[in-house]
Design a protein around this ligand. Structure first.
Ligand code: AMP
Length: 206
């Protein structure tokens, strides 16, 4: 099993039980620039689970020049969503029981309601669930400067503006989708990386 052994007091019994009986499946949903990629990576490493990032899958396909990369590039470059036909089955395959028998930290998926529904249907069929949805929050004025500072090729001001618009129109309804079926864990995303990471881990053991 994975690294929940370091939580061994009674306050954490619920998550210990869950981890022992199966898996932890966690989705990180946030506005662009909040640092979900970094936090997802840290969380995945602390819990010894695979970090599944659709953005990272697309970036590596683009840099390798694969067929998927060629198709995804224009969308990624402009900050719009890669079409669901290219994204949904890829993400669902990446978190399959074969690849993620003990769970996963899912980062950047689902990004719209169609994807959320497709994910839910696929998990239902397999008798699996999302255990946690974590939403990191950072005041808007801090976000743009964070994104401009991280130096990614798709981080120009215009692309950043597009990503915010896409987030507001298409991705933020995903939070409402989950709010209807489970509690969303809201985490303050301002502070040092490790401090934020601890907040996330602590919130999972409540
Ligand atoms: P990210 O690293 O999560 O910011 O993703 C980088 C880019 O990859 C996004 O701007 C989209 O073009 C694309 N992308 C990542 N995840 C998805 C998704 N779930 N649906 C559609 N496009 C995505």
């Amino acid at each position: 099993m994975f690294a929940f052994f370091f939580f061994n007091d009674t306050a954490t019994s619920e998550i210990c039980t869950r981890s022992l009986v199966g898996s932890v499946r966690c989705v990180l949903e946030t506005a662009p620039g909040v640092g979900k990629g970094t936090q997802a990576e840290l969380l995945a490493s602390k819990l010894n689970l695979p970090h599944v990032s659709t953005g990272a899958i697309f970036r590596s396909a683009i840099s390798e020049g694969t067929d998927l990369g060629l198709k995804a590039k224009a969308f990624s470059d402009s900050g719009t969503l890669v079409p669901d036909e290219l994204t949904t089955s890829l993400a669902i395959e990446a978190i399959s029981t074969d690849k993620c028998p003990n769970g996963f930290i899912l980062d950047g998926f689902p990004r719209n309601i169609n994807q959320a529904q497709a994910l839910q249907e696929s998990l239902n069929i397999q008798n699996r669930n999302i255990d946690f949805v974590v939403c990191l929050t950072v005041p808007e004025n801090e976000l743009v400067s964070r994104m401009l500072n991280r130096g990614r090729v798709d981080d120009t001001e215009e692309v950043i503006r597009t990503r915010f618009k896409v987030y507001e129109e298409l991705t933020s309804p995903v939070l409402d989708f989950y709010k209807n079926i489970m509690e969303i864990i809201q985490i303050n995303g301002v502070g040092e990386l490790n401090e934020i990471s601890e907040r996330i881990v602590n919130s999972l053991v409540k």
